[in-house]
Design a binder for this molecule. Sequence first.
Ligand code: GLU
Length: 474
Amino acid sequence: MEKTRTRFAPSPTGYMHIGNLRTAIFEYLIAKHDNGDFILRIEDTDQNRKVEGAFDFIYKTLSLCGFKIDEGPLNEGKYGPYVQSERLDLYKKYALELVEKGAAYYCFCSEERLERLREVASLNKQAFMYDGHCRNLTKEEIEEKLKNGEPYVIRQKMPKEGQTIIKDLVYGEVVIDNSVLEDQILLKSDGYPTYNFANVIDDHLMNITHVVRGKEYLDQTAKYNLLYDAFGWEKPVYAHVAMVLGEDGTKLSKRNGDASFMDLYNEGYLPEAIVNYLVLLGWSPESNQEMFTVDELIKEFNPKRISKSSSQYDVKKLNWFNANYIKKMKSDKYLELVLPFLKEAYDLSSKSSEWINHLVSIYQNHISYGKQIVDEVKLFFEDEVHPNEECLEFMKQDGIDNTISTFKNEILAITDWNVESISNAINNVKEKVGVKGKMLYMPIRIKVSGVMHGPELPDTIYLLGKDTVLNRLN
Ligand code: GLU
């Protein structure tokens, strides 16, 4: 049996949309499920979209996610080069072969002529479709124009009748009337191929067995199939995947919650949590299991379980996953995650590492992403507390002054400042004032921290330090 080979084929735009990353995840899992190869191919035929450093960025993203690239621009492989702009000769050769076979033709139409056609189409409220003007040029006419150095493109010659069937793992059989297929450009006048041509040539030459890509390419695949047929090549297995929509149900954009992988990473989301979250956007396992390591996913992944309907990006759900992963972190790794955010936000120079460790440890079960620690620990770095209305209302209740002044005396009496002595102090208040539960803890918490909810009270008090606590009690 032939080896499964999938490819991730991003354009080097310097931005990894989470939808793109999800495609990469699916491709990786399909390959590795079959012990196959995962190939990285850079699709840079649109040179205008190219961004400096985009390569590193793609490599960094995939490596953070724990995906090993078997072949790619910076990896060995016998099907290279893996960057489309370095393969221009190949595309030209195959385009000319199609012309030879009668499945493609030279088109010399000027930009002005095409512009006029577009205008007419728009006046008639029709979608523009090239009219096939150059389909039937004679051999002599073509030679003459080539000799005169007229610029040309090469177009695919679509059948006018009949239907083309696309077989897709997710969408089943899709039938397209050939009459709707435009004689699309395969090779542009600057010698670059279009995506529509290059993807077919490369997928074939690189022996790709499975192609996963966005559903927006599904209907286009009829054209690709006609190319495969014209060459007499075997088609890959296709799995088209529905879109990931934004939180408001429209296309993902910055406005409705789109975050690129790097944005999330830079906020302290863990790559393994992001991967775990994304794989479940549009794919489901057979069981109800939600938390998966990459190895478990490799075992479990079946592309037939990719959903036909679009899924919705939900930051709350992502936070839930990420919080779970943070909870499971070893304490040194967790410290590595949160410390840079703390250092950036606060002056830690007077704090001991014991204090810092203690501080961050009490939040490990409470934060959803690394950067969140900054807001959570604010009360330890501010001179004053900022109780809200609800806190102030609470503090108006009878008996609270007594609780607070008793507690203050207990604190003053502590000689050895540690969590245990503070716990004892709180217990003494309970005995002496005769209050318990909320009426015991809440007034103290509000007074010392300004908020109604937070980590364990004795730890909070310990970390604030005796002076700060006494100041706030006064
Ligand atoms: N370069 C294409 C894109 O970024 C890839 C589509 C494909 O995987 O075939 O959308």
